[in-house]
Write a protein that binds this ligand. Structure first.
Ligand code: SAM
Length: 239
């Protein structure tokens, strides 16, 4: 395929297709001009939680209908969405924050759309993701990394910490405030000599990056329970 053909496919002139749109992970200013334009042009916006997305849409005065699509959505919902696409409707998919499908719903839907329509382009509207933002300020090597999403709560959790201890590249995972101390205890057990970087509340008021040995970080968060709040990305240096 030559460059010109590639450009025609990736940048269609009219708003047809299915758009997967990255949205802010905190600061509502972190949205692209293109994302705002596309959200203004589509017929319907599929949202993880319509109330969360309404905040963003109101901020940019985007008056478009929304419909929920989330991890609990039934296959009937997918069929309904496929029908709308069949009818020629143009849809956008957003999640509550960041890039849809990255530890968020959407990949089943995107896969179904790809299977069902050869003539519908699924178009990425690039935007923020906590994963990439966290790595970019971590100071850890980020040309290669392993992303674990959310670790399982129980079964298989310890195995993954053992795996992180063995891999030769930066490891990244998402963690909730309820389990961050437990995660740090496990990192202290399995990877006590490694550097851990925690990026918390990126782009929000209490944004913070903490870096050190697992023991130091565990001590810091244990002594500062007011910081055990919000959203966390955990990064572990390579072996
Ligand atoms: N799709 C999103 C993305 O592209 O980043 C991730 C969605 S996942 C359900 C939510 C998790 O991402 C949070 O529990 C947290 O680990 C991480 N996260 C999201 N926003 C964040 C932020 N502003 N600061 C730090 N971590 C964040």
């Amino acid at each position: 395929m030559n460059n010109k053909e590639e450009k025609t496919i990736l940048m269609p002139k009219s708003t047809t297709g299915f758009y997967v749109v990255g949205t802010p992970i905190g600061n509502l200013e972190d949205i692209t001009y293109r994302a705002v334009r596309i959200l203004n042009e589509v017929d319907l916006i599929l949202c993880e939680d319509t109330r969360v997305t309404r905040n963003l849409l109101d901020r940019y005065e985007i008056h478009k209908p929304t419909m929920s699509y989330h991890s609990q959505s039934k296959l009937a919902k997918v069929d309904k969405i496929l029908e709308m696409i069949e009818e020629g409707k143009t849809l956008a998919l957003v999640s509550d924050a960041g890039t849809p499908t990255i530890s968020d719903p959407g990949s089943v839907l995107v896969s179904k759309i790809r299977e069902s329509f050869s003539d519908i382009e699924v178009i990425a509207i690039p935007g923020p993701s906590a994963l990439v933002s966290a790595l970019s300020v971590s100071g850890l090597p980020a040309s290669e990394f392993t992303f674990y999403g959310f670790l399982p709560h129980k079964k298989g959790r310890e195995t993954l910490f053992k795996e992180i201890a063995e891999i030769n590249r930066t490891a990244v995972f998402y963690e909730s405030p309820h389990r961050i101390l437990k995660a740090l205890e496990s990192l202290n057990t399995f990877t006590h000599d490694r550097r851990v970087v925690i990026a918390r509340e990126i782009s929000k008021i209490y944004e913070q990056v903490v870096s050190g040995k697992p023991e130091e970080i565990l001590k810091y968060f244990s002594e500062n329970p007011d910081k055990v709040r919000g959203e966390f990305v955990v990064m572990v240096s390579e072996k």
